[in-house]
Design a protein around this ligand. Structure first.
Ligand SMILES: NC(=O)c1ccc[n+]([C@@H]2O[C@H](COP(=O)([O-])OP(=O)(O)OC[C@H]3O[C@@H](n4cnc5c(N)ncnc54)[C@H](O)[C@@H]3O)[C@@H](O)[C@H]2O)c1
Length: 283
């Protein structure tokens, strides 16, 4: 028997399921870059009216302009609760409803991450700054979105956590704790409001090639790749596909869950890559 090797499946083979979000309104925070931008593009391609929300208003505008009709940019700062209130309530006033909230913005700058060290050295100001954007910002998004979603009898919230929530690391103390707390926040929202028609789930990306991750880990990408169980490193579209599935009616029986998309990084023995090298030496 001859076995024909197939090319790895490409993203273009798995395009948007048109119309899953027709007539729906979605807000994506951190929508100007990376995973958020890819999610804006996919939601829009599948019929949603999308609010591209980001602290970088210029870049958010460029994304909204490139999408065209049914996309608007909104500058806001996730560190500022009143700014989040204006984003959410303003979008609801403008479009008359809110179906999807993707809480995704996070502080990813290398300069800040360099100060996000360990329990002994971390400055409480840095801790508060990271928790403010990465965690309180997500709570605030939920706080202002939920009353409208409950009144509608439906709404889907998808929070971006990280695989950092599941394993220790030698960097990013506050970032990692904020991402673990997002999993708790996700379960709490689902438990409090599931019976009112609200679904709240989280995605936990591993390494995904975005502006944020490339700025932080350019020289560790090859190291990380050795530990993946997939041929390729993930790209923002891989996460957008998962976010949109969880936000869509196809996931109607899924609530309070966190889905890992990390190329299998957390699925295996942490020593795997070293053991493969060892086996090669003795072969
Ligand atoms: N890329 C990865 O490898 C990876 C891995 C795990 C988790 N994540 C998470 O995925 C999410 C998106 O990350 P990304 O890699 O696409 O990052 P990115 O840096 O490409 O995008 C993040 C966006 O958030 C915006 N933002 C930052 N601070 C903000 C604020 N105060 N208010 C509003 N917007 C703000 C930025 O302007 C940027 O557009 C983040 O929550 C990140 O923690 C990413």
């Amino acid at each position: 028997m001859t076995i024909t090797k197939q090319a790895p499946s490409s993203l273009t083979q798995h395009g948007p399921h048109l119309d899953r979000f027709k007539g729906q309104v979605a807000i994506v925070t951190g929508g100007a870059s990376g995973i958020g931008e890819a999610t804006c593009r996919r939601l829009h391609a599948e019929g949603a009216t999308v609010v591209v929300a980001d602290v970088n208003g210029e870049r958010a505008q460029a994304v909204a302009d490139s999408l065209g009709q049914n996309a608007v940019a909104q500058q806001f700062d996730a560190a500022d609760v009143s700014s989040i209130e204006r984003l959410v309530l303003g979008s609801i006033e403008r479009f008359g409803r809110l179906d999807v909230l993707h809480n995704n913005a996070a502080l990813t700058s290398p300069a800040l991450q360099a100060q996000d060290t360990n329990a002994i050295d971390i400055d409480f100001g840095i801790w508060d700054q990271i928790m403010g954007v990465n965690l309180r910002g997500y709570l605030a998004g939920c706080k202002y979105a939920l009353p409208t979603m409950i009144a509608q009898g439906s709404g889907a919230i998808v929070n971006t956590a990280s695989t950092g929530a599941f394993s220790g690391d030698i960097t990013r103390m506050a970032y990692t704790v904020s991402k673990a707390a997002i999993i708790g926040l996700t379960r709490q929202i689902a438990t409090h409001h599931g019976k009112q028609g609200i679904r709240c789930n989280a995605v936990a990306p591993g390494l995904v090639l975005s502006a944020g991750s490339l700025a932080n880990v350019p020289n560790v990408i090859a190291v990380m790749q050795r530990h993946l169980l997939t041929p390729e490193i993930g790209v923002p579209d891989d996460l957008a596909a998962l976010v949109c599935f969880l936000a869509s009616g196809e996931a109607r029986y899924i609530n309070g869950q966190t889905y890992i998309a990390d190329g299998g990084m957390l699925a295996h023995n942490p020593a795997m890559a070293d053991l493969v090298d060892l086996a090669a030496q003795h072969a």
